[in-house]
Ligand binder design. Structure first.
Ligand SMILES: [Zn+2]
Length: 106
């Protein structure tokens, strides 16, 4: 579940959870571990998309991992409410932190 603003388009990543296979940045990054280790070493087809342009480029395995962590770090820095319970406690009115418009939960 995540929260966003229809008016100014403010949003953040999904709320985090500690339970099982639920979403949080640790589980998200860990899902790539098996993928990175199990691909053949000579497989040069590590592709990433530019965040702004969407252009896809081929990179090394190390660059692929570095980009994954950098992307996750950017997402984490934008997170205002870590858990759904934090959102309810810190923003009981459910108003956008940027424009005070009522937020939408999805
Ligand atoms: Zn807003």
């Amino acid at each position: 579940m995540f929260v966003y603003c229809d008016k100014c388009k403010w949003t953040q990543d999904d709320f985090w959870s500690e339970e099982g296979d639920c979403y949080n940045p640790f589980n998200y990054v860990a899902q790539y571990q098996k993928y990175v280790f199990e691909r053949p070493r000579d497989d040069m087809d590590w592709r990433i998309a530019d965040e702004k342009t969407g252009d896809v480029k081929t990179v090394s395995r190390l660059e692929y991992v570095a980009t994954l962590f950098e992307s996750m770090a950017k997402t984490i820095r934008k997170q205002k409410y870590i858990k759904y319970e934090d959102y309810l406690e810190q923003n009981p009115e459910g108003l956008c932190p940027e424009c005070d418009n009522p937020l939408t939960l999805d």
